[in-house]
Design a protein around this ligand. Structure first.
Ligand code: P1T
Length: 381
């Protein structure tokens, strides 16, 4: 089945009691049993919920995986993966990544004896030297947040597997429409469903998808044991959002290209990070493993002034100044004070994240209105 058909249909079957074409919001905490232990496959709503089941089946189909699990947030999904590790295990993670992921790794899991190394992975051969016999996991974001580096999933997966480590790809920035890491050799895909998959800035949720039966079993055990599950209403909203994922992503990609070109041609703009540019250092890898370049763009002003960057962000009228990304409306963020403030400045600078960096999540509005808004905000500095 092709992506658009899966987006509309996968996981959703007519409701067995009424034939309702949309999976109902099963807003219940428990299920009545006929006799102790004799039930219809549903015991308690932390463990199973039919609305969540439909969403999990849809996400598994979209990522070409057998097993999908949903969580109360992207961070809860990452937290669950980390809980499958043991003290003294090591994780190699991308050096440019979401600030909350860095914070969870360093401030929560280091305390339990897990060691993290944050390394650039664009140069795959360099990566091999960071593995030790304790390395259990390679944690990849691609495109990275916020510098839009692209990592060759196939190549780094081969390196990790040769060292006996598993590979997780945080596929939030690409969405399953643009990239399917399991088909490129990754063992597990993680999503902040909050973003493109839900798509309407009204839900916080995370997901994990894998073909690894044993790992899926461990993760499902933890989903129930620790209990960071999403609410049925949120599962319904995401199922609804997924039906237009392909249409939204197409529009995000088209608008992303228009805005990236507009910024690159503007005299007050300095560097523009967008993987669709032929001069982007990882453009060829992006072309190889992605089906489009997405709607995330980062840039600096030519004068590199933080004060002017702030004035620019305050002047925007169609773009909203807010954390998050991937919704239908365009957002603008300042990673240094917002999404990546939890990474120490020294570490941010090592990864190339300057305080003057501005991040855009290009929405699906009319691109002329978006360009006009950027133009007037740039004129204000
Ligand atoms: O916000 P939550 O659903 O818990 O997901 C965390 C997360 C994980 N991975 C990536 C790549 C992310 O971008 C995020 C959340 N990011 C933002 C809120 C942001 O504005 O970048």
């Amino acid at each position: 089945m092709k992506f658009a058909t899966k987006a509309v249909h996968a996981g959703v079957v007519p409701d067995p009691t009424t034939g309702a074409i949309m999976t109902p919001i099963y807003q219940t905490s428990t299920y009545v049993q006929d006799s102790p232990g004799k039930h219809k496959g549903y015991e308690y709503a932390r463990t199973q919920n039919p609305t969540r089941d439909a969403l999990q089946a849809s996400l598994a189909a979209l990522e070409n995986g057998k097993y999908a699990l949903c969580f109360a947030s992207g961070m809860a999904a990452i937290d669950t993966v980390m809980k499958t590790l043991n003290p003294n295990d090591e994780v190699i993670a991308t050096n440019d990544l979401y600030g909350g992921t860095y914070r969870l790794f360093v401030r929560v899991f280091e305390k339990f004896g897990i060691k993290f190394r944050f390394v650039p992975m664009q140069n795959a051969p360099e990566l091999a030297k960071h593995f030790t016999p304790q390395t259990k996991l390679l944690w990849i974001e691609t495109p990275t947040n916020p510098l839009l580096n692209i990592i060759d999933i196939e190549h780094v997966s081969q390196i990790a597997h040769a060292h006996g480590a598993k590979v997780v790809v945080d596929n939030t920035f690409a969405s399953p429409y643009l990239q399917n890491p399991l088909n490129l050799g990754a063992d597990l895909v993680m999503h902040s469903v909050t973003k493109y998959i839900a798509g309407h800035s009204d839900v916080v949720m995370g997901a994990l998808v894998t073909n690894d039966e044993e790992w899926a079993g461990q993760l499902k055990f933890l989903q129930n044991a620790a209990g960071a599950v999403p609410a049925p209403m949120d599962c319904f909203l995401v199922l609804r959002g997924i039906k237009t994922l392909h249409l939204r992503m197409k529009a995000h990609c088209e608008n992303g290209e228009i805005i990236a070109q507009f910024l690159a041609a503007h005299p007050k703009v300095g560097q523009v990070w967008w993987p669709g540019f032929a001069h982007h250092p990882n453009h060829e890898i992006a072309k190889k493993q992605m089906r489009g370049f997405g709607g995330m763009i980062s840039f600096t002003l030519k004068n590199d002034s933080v004060a002017d960057a702030i004035r620019f962000m305050e002047s925007l009228q169609v773009f909203s100044l807010a954390e998050s990304l991937g919704g239908v409306e365009s957002l603008c963020g300042h990673p240094a004070t917002m999404t990546h403030a939890s990474i120490p400045k020294e570490e941010r600078q090592k990864a190339g994240l300057r305080d003057s960096l501005i991040r855009l999540s290009v929405g699906i509005e009319d691109p002329q209105d978006l360009c006009d808004d950027l133009k007037q905000a740039l004129a204000s500095i």
